[in-house]
Design a protein around this ligand. Structure first.
Ligand SMILES: O=C(O)C1=C[C@@H](OP(=O)(O)O)[C@@H](O)[C@H](O)C1
Ligand SMILES: C=C(OP(=O)(O)O)C(=O)O
Length: 417
């Protein structure tokens, strides 16, 4: 059962320091790499949320010892298991390449909407690499035989960078390693590919990415490692947005000075929208202006920031155009359609383009019905941001934030206290 949450309106500019938990993307990469490693790995600061619990549960069923708060102990990967992917792109796209190394069938399924998320590219690529896979979308079965030939594969990853990341993360354990060649419109979410390559190198895997759109992973061991997981910068963005829309100030401690997380890009977006932003002493502080400024942005590389940014655009002083994000139609929900429906219900002008959104602000009022979350954690948090300035706004299924941020409503209440 889902509950409707009365999103609190801000009665004054928000002033708060908010500590956000670990990065989903880093945590689930750590789990995969540690499961494939040649010894036990230590993990500090991992995210504990639905997406990472699902990854941990899947790995445990495959024979890996996983304690999300401390350590991962690899073991022989066994088959004849069922894996629940929930709605987690990182689980459904990263695990098949690892499951192919198990010694039996790995049956994968997920939430109802997960069955509509694009999968065929990564499953087709595995077939080319010598893996027996039945199906082209969830549910499907990877028939592991304990080893994978590997070699070269050409694919079109314009629908999701996770197709490439998923293959690369396991590629060193394939007999011939792996060469992935992307052919097609540009791959989105480049920082996430950089994250994959950087984390592979951190565990001693040889990755050559000098040729654009080609990644070569040499066969070899994956090293055990001590991992420190950075805070999730994308999950920090709704809190920073709270400062932006109320003219307040929010500080996020533990903000890395260099990172491959796309959430880092929120700094420039906020500056362009009129906020003042400073990164000092390992903390990011954002102060909102009297009125946000409409923007034209290409979000191709940082698509997961779109719901937060669209919420900001809805209260700006003029129209905004967000481009380069056609692939968001394959995210937790069709995010372009969902944002248009929900912003329009508030009275905001919003329309889809071929590859994005045009948001034209107008006076906003809470509709009789709740802001719909579409089982999408970032739609729910975007609703919370707008609730700060739209009194009476309700958000349905706010619990869906547990995908990457359990305890979101308590964190939000503490921020406003
Ligand atoms: O590799 C990752 O951890 C992710 C890659 C991106 O996926 P897409 O390339 O499908 O947008 C991003 O949106 C998602 O939230 C996490
Ligand atoms: C697209 C996202 O998630 P997933 O990892 O499920 O693709 C997201 O978190 O914005």
């Amino acid at each position: 059962m889902t509950t409707t949450w009365p999103a609190p309106a801000a009665t004054a500019p928000v002033r708060a320091t908010v500590t956000v938990p670990g990065s989903k993307s880093i945590t689930n990469r750590v789990l995969v790499l540690a499961a494939l490693a040649d010894g036990g790995s230590l993990v500090r600061g991992a995210l504990v949320s639905r997406d990472t619990e699902l990854m941990a549960a899947a790995l445990r069923s495959l024979g890996v010892g996983v304690d999300l708060s401390t350590a991962v102990t690899p073991g022989p990967l066994r088959g004849d298991v069922d894996v629940d992917c929930g709605l987690a792109g990182t689980v459904m796209r990263f695990l098949p390449a690892l499951a192919a190394l198990a010694d039996g069938d790995v049956r994968m399924d997920g939430d109802a909407h997960a069955r509509t998320r694009p999968m065929s590219t990564v499953l087709g690529a595995l077939r080319t690499l010598g893996v027996d896979v039945s199906g082209d979308a969830l549910p499907f079965t990877v028939r592991g035989t304990g080893s994978v030939r590997g070699g070269e594969v050409e694919l079109d990853a314009s629908a999701s960078s996770q197709f490439v990341s998923g293959l690369l993360l396991s590629g060193a354990r394939y007999d011939r390693g792996l060469v992935v060649r992307h052919v097609g419109p540009p791959v989105p979410s480049r920082p996430h590919l950089d994250m994959t390559v950087a984390m592979l190198r951190a565990v001693g895997v040889d990755v050559d990415d000098t040729v654009p759109d080609v990644w070569r992973v040499s066969p070899g061991p994956v090293g055990a490692h001590e991992w420190d997981v950075e805070p999730d910068l994308s999950n920090a963005t709704p809190f920073l947005a709270a400062a932006a829309v109320t003219g307040g100030t929010v500080t996020i401690p533990g903000w890395p000075s260099t990172t491959t997380q796309p959430g880092h890009a929120i700094r420039d977006v906020l500056v362009r929208m009129g906020c003042s932003v400073s990164l000092a002493g390992g903390a990011l502080t954002v102060t909102g202006p009297t009125r946000l400024v409409g923007v034209e942005l290409d979000l191709h590389d940082v698509g997961e920031l779109t719901p937060t940014i669209a919420a900001l655009c809805a209260v700006a002083d003029g129209p905004s155009t967000l481009r380069g994000i056609a692939h968001l139609r394959g995210h937790e929900t069709d995010r372009l359609a969902a944002l248009v429906i929900e912003l329009t219900a508030l009275g905001c002008g919003a329309r889809e383009t071929a590859d994005g959104l045009v948001v034209t602000p107008a006076p906003l009022t809470a509709p009789a019905r709740a802001w719909s979350s579409y089982a999408d954690h970032r739609m729910a948090t975007a609703g919370a941001v707008l609730g700060l300035v739209v009194p009476g706004l309700q958000v349905d299924d706010v619990g869906t934030t547990a995908k990457t941020l359990p305890g979101f409503t308590s964190m939000w209440a503490r921020m406003l206290a």
